[in-house]
Unconditional design. Structure first.
Length: 162
């Protein structure tokens, strides 16, 4: 299995969230979906979370859905989401069906998927340049104002592997 790449069709994604709701990629209705594969024990994932929140807050009204896809059990995923003050859905992939289909080699892996289920951008690990490129791409596709999501001077390094 190979990591899905930009330009490929995203495998179907159907998972339940810690909120008890079901989420399915093809039926979500969002103009863009940012699928973020993560583990609750990953410090790089935790560092990335506030930037994901910024993306969610900035672009959700324009049509972006951000989904955190946890590779851990529901209870620890809910604790993680609460600790991170997450306002976007956290979905449970504790049996790794989605993870096997998408094959993220590192966490976090962020995949931007359009309404036609095409992967249009990918960011692996914590990467400020990648996060800012992602924000620009989202803004352009949603016809929304672009913002810098990851400023250079915010105290975090420009890159951190997962």
């Amino acid at each position: 299995m190979t990591l899905v790449s930009v330009g490929q069709t995203a495998p179907d994604l159907s998972l339940s969230g810690i909120d008890g709701k079901s989420y399915q990629l093809a039926k979500d209705g969002a103009r863009l979906t940012l699928a973020v594969f993560f583990k609750t024990t990953c410090p790089t994932c935790a560092m990335t979370w506030r930037y994901l929140e910024k993306l969610h807050q900035q672009y959700r009204s324009a049509g972006l859905a951000v989904w955190g896809i946890s590779q851990d059990a529901r209870n620890v995923s809910a604790e993680f989401a609460s600790k991170q003050s997450s306002t976007f859905p956290v979905l449970i992939d504790d049996v790794w069906h989605a993870s096997h289909a998408y094959d993220p080699q590192f966490v976090p892996t962020l995949l931007l998927i359009d309404h036609d289920c095409q992967i249009i951008d990918r960011v692996i690990a914590f990467d400020k340049a990648g996060l800012n490129r992602l924000a620009q791409n989202i803004a352009a596709r949603l016809n929304a104002p672009a913002v810098v999501i990851a400023p250079a001077d915010d105290g975090n390094p420009p890159f951190k592997p997962g």
